[in-house]
Design a protein around this ligand. Structure first.
Ligand code: AMP
Length: 380
């Protein structure tokens, strides 16, 4: 057995696998044996098409069996020889077969070198591969694949993939959340907070989500209609925002034309949450909108109900997620379906000043530290 292993290992050391662009848009990409490599809308592949996810496909080569397992991670279709690849399932790609990265576009093939049956001899300059673990960082795009790694082939810097399932506690950032920063209901003195500092100089703080939708560190998923980002100042272990790609500044601008979009946003929210709850069934989520959002570009919150986060600091934070100020997404959809528009909830801002109470047992709480301590153990 050991001898067989050594023989296979020696073979693997010499056999190499590469991904080649059929249109020669970029240098060939090494696919080291048994190391998952994530490809998609990245400079390495010269793909800028927004329909292609940054993490569209995961490729894992088997050098001695001479095939590559392809797993589709992105929302849009990818094909092997014209056949759609099922999402999150491994499909086999053989030498000579066409791999279209997204929607029948960006054709690629794999080939192996270094043994008798070489399909190609090596000549192109191979982009420098990261050495062992230095460039491999844990990707947790999917909870089902805790071992997934991402290799950034052209750089030697580790690149952490955006997490969908990792608790989002931020260690260093100060809260710049709208309720402790400039907002329609904030006082003038509050306006000199981190939020103002964090916004690019030329942009108003309330436009921050529009930049966030383009920020690779925050975007976790997208399709042609929506973008999912990590909330930069999460108020719970799991907290994402889902935003439409079309410009819709807030829920009050919604019309019946947007009902399908809202249903899609909610569906994506459930899908993301289920990646957590499949593994941790006790984690509860809510999906909804603030009565008066302080950030522009409409967004639905997907937030776990533990509220364990250092960014959750104030009574306004708490009340915005635990009183009627937090409007469940189905209620917004229902309003559009029945009334044709979303209610004006501007008067609801008074809810933000309500006395603190536990969202589960409703017991009054003296202050934020006692509330935080209480909710850690409240089972109700
Ligand atoms: P609201 O507008 O009240 O529904 O909430 C805005 C949300 O956006 C809050 O949960 C903030 O923590 C979050 N947030 C604020 N600025 C950013 C940003 N630049 N990137 C991502 N999330 C942000």
């Amino acid at each position: 057995m050991r001898i067989l292993y050594r023989i296979l290992k020696m073979a693997n050391d010499t056999i190499k696998c590469y991904l080649e662009c059929c249109k020669s848009s970029h240098p060939k990409l090494p696919l080291p044996h048994n190391v998952p490599v994530i490809i998609g809308r990245t400079p390495e592949l010269c793909i800028t098409d927004k329909l292609c996810s940054r993490s569209q496909l995961e490729l894992t080569s088997n050098c001695y069996k001479r095939y590559v397992l392809v797993k589709r991670l992105g929302a849009n279709q990818s094909q092997i020889n014209g056949i759609d690849i099922e999402r999150n399932k491994s499909s086999r790609l053989e030498e000579g077969q066409d791999l279209h990265v997204v929607n029948g576009k960006y054709p690629h093939r794999v080939y192996f070198t270094g043994c008798q049956n070489d399909t190609k001899t090596e000549k192109a300059v191979v982009p420098k591969l990261p050495t062992k673990n230095t460039d491999l960082t844990k990707s947790d795009l999917s909870i089902k694949q805790p071992e997934r790694k991402k290799i950034k082939v052209s750089e030697n810097k580790p690149k952490v993939l955006n997490t969908k399932i990792k608790p989002q506690e931020k260690s260093s950032s100060k809260s710049v959340y709208a309720f402790d920063s400039p907002s329609p209901m904030s006082s003038r003195s509050e306006k000199k907070t981190e939020s103002t500092k964090s916004a690019p100089a030329h942009k108003h703080w309330s436009q921050g989500l529009k930049s966030a939708m383009e920020d690779p560190e925050l975007v976790v998923q997208e399709d042609e209609h929506i973008v999912v980002i990590k909330d930069k100042y999460p108020k719970a272990k799991y907290h994402w925002l889902i935003l439409p790609k079309d410009s819709i500044s807030s829920t009050k601008n919604l019309s019946t034309d947007n009902i399908e979009l809202l249903k899609h946003i909610l569906k994506v929210g459930h899908e993301i949450a289920s990646e957590v709850t499949d593994q941790q069934p006790d984690v509860e989520f809510r999906f909804g909108y603030h009565a008066v959002a302080s950030m522009s570009q409409m967004h639905m919150h997907v937030i776990s109900q533990d509220f364990q986060s250092s960014s959750f600091k104030t009574k306004k934070h708490w009340n915005s997620f635990t009183t009627d100020y937090f409007v469940d997404a189905p209620d917004i959809i229902n309003e559009l379906e029945t009334e044709g528009k979303v209610k004006d909830r501007r008067t609801m801002t008074s809810l933000l000043n309500q006395p603190l109470k536990c969202h589960r047992c409703k017991k009054p709480q003296k202050n934020i530290p006692t509330l935080k301590k209480h909710i850690e153990s409240c089972q109700k």
